[in-house]
Design a protein around this ligand. Sequence first.
Ligand SMILES: NC(=O)c1ccc[n+]([C@@H]2O[C@H](COP(=O)([O-])OP(=O)(O)OC[C@H]3O[C@@H](n4cnc5c(N)ncnc54)[C@H](OP(=O)(O)O)[C@@H]3O)[C@@H](O)[C@H]2O)c1
Length: 218
Amino acid sequence: MPSKITLIGSTGLIGLHFLESIREDDFPDVTAITRRKISNLADKHFIRQAINDFSDLESMRPDLKTDVLVSSLGTTIKKAGSQDEFFKIDHDLPLRIARMAHEEGCRTMILVSSGGANPQSSIFYCRVKGLLEEALSEIGFDRLHILRPSLLLGPRTESRPGEYLGKLLMQPLSFLIPWKYRPIHARIMANTIQQLIRGNEKGHYIWEGKDLYKEVDG
Ligand SMILES: NC(=O)c1ccc[n+]([C@@H]2O[C@H](COP(=O)([O-])OP(=O)(O)OC[C@H]3O[C@@H](n4cnc5c(N)ncnc54)[C@H](OP(=O)(O)O)[C@@H]3O)[C@@H](O)[C@H]2O)c1
């Protein structure tokens, strides 16, 4: 079992579910790199919050001396403001951070990517996700787990009308939708990440559809 876990994207839907669900017995040394303090983790003293505005990635290097890097970092094209900015956030940032972690000795990376990720996709979002997956696979991690969820379910404070409509239409009919395209709750994703951290098998893996539903922990 790896001893040190570092997470980027800590304040997001999956990041928060992961941090709120982990227990000290299983994960005694966790660092959440975050742009703003997460207030509801006060009772989890084993989670260290490393506040960083991500403008000087080198300053993050000491926090990237870790056994496992988990990335659930990402934005939307709308929030980023342009395709170029989206590429910088969803591709360049996690890639640069992953390279630094690998330089610091990290041998396992878990990436929350997206269903449809494909470096050749004609859809910009899917292409960016696919390019990131491809670049990460060339870094040399012993274990690379790429998770490709479809639409994520869970409580969000921010309004995302497209996602909301998708959930409204897809949730009641979920059982009719092929596994690969079924919405998945962030709680399930958080559990899957925990299970993958526990694994020790070397290799590069892509998890999607039914395979994202790992046996529920505890
Ligand atoms: N939403 C979906 O239905 C869906 C479906 C498939 C895949 N995905 C992908 O799954 C991943 C996790 O999704 P999620 O819904 O949990 O994400 P989320 O709630 O949107 O959270 C994104 C995280 O990334 C951080 N982040 C965004 N821009 C950043 C920047 N410029 N610098 C540093 N940190 C930044 C955010 O930090 P702040 O809180 O500081 O902004 C937050 O911690 C993302 O890559 C997303 O693209 C999402």
